[in-house]
Design a protein around this ligand. Structure first.
Ligand SMILES: O=C(O)c1cc(=O)[nH]c(=O)n1[C@@H]1O[C@H](COP(=O)(O)O)[C@@H](O)[C@H]1O
Length: 234
């Protein structure tokens, strides 16, 4: 899989996306998430793909197994590279997602990698224990979800950099650790709680990093992306 930093296209419209992307003169690995997809629908995926970019379609599906399986079957037809569900949906739901994805992938095409969100990077341990009533440390909860995800046959998880190495040790190097919550040193953390720098992510066991506002909100997004990429690839 492409290992470039995944750029989160968290924009409200297609026009914002095209204005942003035309600043870059190279194929990127981009993420289309809920904000954009809810406004523009599947067409935005087709249009960004037609520009030659690899795509992580981040819709974080979480529903009963039948619904998630059917939705994944449809999403598979978009020909993206990476898709996700919430591990909290349970093992049968994750297995249904995988079945749907396989069923919907065109013969001769490569199936998208399927990963599951463990604990969102905007969640703290204190919040998880108080609101979700999980009587574990955050690290234990994330590791538990990672094991469940692996048992269900998925390709990896979304987690923070702080849990990435422990997951690699428990689930193997090939099991993807996709880590959002990436910031350049001293940057605004916004709503993220478990954050790291691109070089920290590389050092601490991430397979792929997801970067949004540190680049999209920068004065010079191309320069910020270059800086992130250099730190990640150093
Ligand atoms: O699945 C994700 O991509 C995701 C999971 C998670 O735990 N935390 C998280 O921030 N994300 C996504 O990663 C991106 C992070 O954006 P920034 O905080 O702007 O870098 C957003 O598009 C989030 O939706």
């Amino acid at each position: 899989m492409n290992t470039k930093p995944i750029l989160a296209l968290d924009f409200p419209s297609e026009q914002h996306v095209f204005d942003f992307l035309q600043q870059f003169n190279e194929p990127l690995f981009v993420k289309i998430g809920m904000e954009l997809y809810m406004q523009e629908g599947p067409d935005i995926v087709r249009k960004v793909k037609a520009l030659g970019h690899d795509i992580f379609l981040d819709l974080k599906l979480h529903d009963i197994p039948n619904t998630v399986g059917s939705a994944m079957k449809g999403l598979a037809k978009l020909g993206v590279d990476l898709v996700n569900v919430h591990a909290a949906g349970g093992r049968p739901m994750m297995e249904a997602a995988l079945e749907g994805l396989e069923a919907g992938t065109a013969v001769g095409s490569k199936r998208a990698a399927l990963i599951a969100v463990t604990q969102l990077t905007s969640t703290t341990e204190e919040q998880m224990q108080r609101e979700q009533k999980i009587a574990l440390s955050l690290q234990e909860s994330v590791l538990h979800y990672a094991s469940l995800t692996k048992e269900a046959g998925l390709n990896g998880v979304v987690c923070s950099v702080h849990e990435a190495q422990a997951i690699a040790d428990a689930c193997g190097e090939d099991f993807l650790r996709v880590t959002p919550g990436i910031r350049l040193a001293g940057g605004d953390t916004h709503d993220q709680k478990r954050i790291a720098t691109p070089d920290g992510a590389k050092h601490d066991g991430s397979s792929l990093i997801v970067v949004g506002r540190a680049v999209t909100g920068a004065q010079n997004p191309v320069a910020a992306y270059k800086q992130v990429r250099e730190l990640w690839e150093a």
